[in-house]
Design a protein around this ligand. Structure first.
Ligand code: NAP
Ligand code: GCO
Length: 266
């Protein structure tokens, strides 16, 4: 076995959802470096344009599309269009996600549903759309972007935690249901990563001090820092490559050690 070759994505087509920037962009860039053709979508044309510019600047020829991943009919059309214009998807990363930080008793059922729709229903919808062609092709990799909240709870993120906990179990179920077709479905559980999604938790305070949540995360993380989207590149390539062909239904936490640690005594 050529071990380095087993990590290569040469000749593969990878779709990363919501990948104009942030974690999705970093993962797609890693896949391009490993040899894959990149397809991404985002919810608005401006975001896709911004993403296309960022990929071009990184020397990557990506294929960008507008598609709301919560709309099943649109997703089916989108996947059919990708298959026609680019080819059958070998690797799907369900990355698009949202969070609403609202205390549960103040949260409307509509807001709760919206979060579950993007963070849980959409990975079901997109996976369902790609699995039949993966079965025909004889292989496939699905990677669901989970969270610390797939394991832990905290104030204000009830909908997000419910959705990401559900996504962990959807991951295991896809692995169980389609493993026999040589489809591996795994999750990545990022720790606290510095992206626009977590920017409000890192805002410098009026007196110039760090946000209390920022200080809390540093104390909770053995690595004593926030993660960067780049920290997810190696694990994402591993789970997309032949090197992980017997890894199925696993959630790989990339968290600087948060889940192993009780936290620093104040
Ligand atoms: P982000 O910066 O908010 O990026 C998510 C992308 O998904 C955005 O481009 C967003 O568009 C897009 N999107 C939202 N709803 C969509 C829809 N219905 N259809 C298509 N695209 C949609 O988030 P991130 O921090 O890079 O996070 C990426 C993933 O990692 C998410 O699933 C998130 O929950 C997860 N995650 C993040 C962290 C972290 O610390 N940052 C940690 C663990 C897990 P808009 O800009 O219009 O919203
Ligand atoms: C929060 C954060 C988290 C992270 C991430 C942790 O408010 O606690 O936004 O939910 O985004 O998912 O893994």
């Amino acid at each position: 076995m050529d071990i380095l070759k087993s990590f290569s994505l040469e000749g593969k087509i990878a779709l990363v959802t919501g990948a104009s920037y942030g974690i999705g962009f970093a993962i797609a860039s890693a896949y391009a470096q490993a040899g894959a053709t990149i397809v991404f979508n985002d919810i608005k044309q401006e975001l896709v344009d911004k993403g296309m510019e960022a990929y071009r600047a990184a020397g990557i020829e990506a294929h960008g599309y507008v598609c709301d991943v919560t709309d099943e009919a649109k997703v089916q059309e989108f996947i059919a269009q990708v298959e026609k214009e680019v080819g059958v998807i070998d690797i799907l990363v369900n990355n698009a996600g949202i969070i609403k930080r609202i205390p549960m008793t103040e949260m409307s059922a509509e807001d709760f549903r919206k979060v579950v729709d993007v963070d849980l229903n959409a990975p079901f919808i997109v996976s369902k759309a790609v699995i039949p062609s993966m079965i025909k092709k004889g292989h496939g990799k699905i990677i669901n972007i989970c969270s610390m909240m797939s394991e832990l709870g905290r104030e204000t993120v009830s909908a997000y935690a419910a959705a990401k906990g559900g996504l962990k179990m959807l991951t295991r179920n896809i692995a169980s249901e389609y493993g026999e077709y040589n489809i591996q479905c795994n999750g990545i559980g990022p720790g606290y990563i510095a992206t626009p999604q977590t920017a409000p938790l890192r805002e410098i305070q009026p007196d110039g001090s760090r946000h209390p949540f920022d200080q809390f995360i540093i104390a909770k993380t053995p690595a004593a820092r926030w993660g960067n989207p780049e920290d997810l590149m190696g694990p994402a390539v591993f789970l997309a490559s032949d090197a992980s062909d017997f890894v199925n239904g696993h959630i790989l936490y990339v968290d600087g050690g948060i889940l192993a640690y009780i936290g620093k005594q104040p």
